[in-house]
Structures are given as C-alpha cells and as structure tokens.
Design a protein around this ligand. Structure first.
Ligand code: SAM
Length: 196
C-alpha cells in the first residue's frame, strides 16, 4: 500500500498562507502551483477557493504523492499534476494561467533555476496577474533570523541553491513588481508580485 507523503510544515503553515491567498487571489481564474510537493497545500486551498481552478505541478517523481492527496478531496477545481521541472524545461506547461503560487521552492532550486522561474512567471502572467511566493528570504544581504542562517548553511551542504535575497529576486522578476512582503510564522515571508 502507498503511504501518502506528509509534511508537518504544510500543516503548520496552511492556514496563515490561506489567509493571504484568499485576499490576493480574488480575481484569479486559473492558478498554477509550482513545486506542489506532497500536494497538501493544493488539497487544503482548492476546496476553499472554489471560484478558481488550481493546477498542481512538480517533477514526475512527486506526482504519485500529489495524486494520493488529491484523491481525498472531492472538488472539481483541483487538477492532476503536470510535469514541470524548471531548468529541465523552459516551456510553460499550461495556457491561460493568471496566477502562480509556489511555497518553499525558491531556496531548494539552484540560483539559475530560481532565476528562470522568476523569468517564466513574469513572461507568462498576463497584466495584473499575481505571483505568491512563500518561503525564507534575505533582505539586503542579511538573514532575517539566526535560524535561517543555520538553515541556509544546511541547504547549501545538501546541494540546494540556498536562501535568495529579495534584491536579486526583484531583478530577475522584472516586469513583476513586489507589491507585498508579508511576515509569516517561522521566519518565513509571503512575497506577492504583480505584473504591471
Ligand atoms: C521543500 S519542497 C516544497 C513542497 C511544497 N511546495 C511545500 O511547501 O511543502 C520543494 C519542492 O520543489 C520541487 N522542485 C525542486 N526543484 C524544482 C525545479 N527545478 N522545478 C520544479 N520543481 C522543483 C521539489 O520537487 C519539491 O516538491
């Protein structure tokens, strides 16, 4: 029997994240989630945002877990994962996407992949489209906490790209504009970008 993957962090952060999404995605029709991971976020958010279509995506090895979480949610607006590995492909996987959500991917990806993600989102969102990017970030070269400094060292030792600075994301994201930087629990932030 296949055991669904489980993330305690997702359980902890899903409600604070939902409070932001429910406010900033009011005009969204089709959302792409990049790096859906376990699928827990999608399974929590889609039934609460029934006016929009939630499209999951990740690398193929994550799909079985995402599908297992989606199977437990009986809603029509939650969609099976599409393959989207940034860096392996720079082809945008879906049409008509007017919002993007990603959580805890920016510091996992290599810097070149994160740069490509920002460019792809910027290129493919329509004017007015929103990009919600959750995770730990640095500000003007400074860690936002001692625990994030230790986390960054751990990430780099594991071969991940590490925590990115808001300034470099801002350069990579043009013409997206950072319209909100919302402090979240556990020294994370929700960055809300909008295409002008
Ligand atoms: C730390 S997990 C976060 C998962 C989930 N969003 C969450 O908040 O729990 C990072 C996710 O990013 C995905 N990922 C890593 N590199 C990626 C890439 N280059 N393109 C797309 N997804 C990637 C991984 O497969 C994984 O699901």
């Amino acid at each position: 029997m296949f055991d669904k993957p489980f993330s305690q962090a997702c359980e902890n952060n899903k409600q604070p994240i939902f409070e932001i999404l429910s406010r900033v995605l009011v005009d969204t029709k089709n959302l792409l989630e990049i790096g859906s991971g376990t699928g827990q976020h999608a399974a929590h958010f889609a039934p609460r945002l029934t006016y929009l279509e939630w499209h999951t995506s990740d690398m193929p090895d994550k799909h079985l877990g995402i599908v297992a979480w989606l199977e437990e949610v009986d809603v029509d607006n939650l969609h099976q994962p599409v393959s989207f590995t940034i860096g392996a492909s720079s082809v945008w996987p879906l049409t008509n996407i007017d919002a993007v959500y990603t959580a805890n991917t920016t510091h996992i990806m290599q810097p070149s992949e994160t740069q490509l993600m920002m460019q792809l989102v910027a290129d493919n969102l329509p004017s007015g489209g929103v990009f919600c990017q959750y995770g730990p970030y640095n500000f003007q070269g400074q860690y936002s906490s001692e625990s994030n400094k230790a986390f960054d060292q751990h990430l780099r030792e594991q071969g991940c790209g590490g925590i990115r600075d808001i300034d470099e994301l801002t350069l990579w994201a043009k013409p997206l504009v950072l319209i909100e930087t919302v402090p979240m629990p556990a020294n994370n932030f929700m960055l809300v970008w909008q295409k002008q």
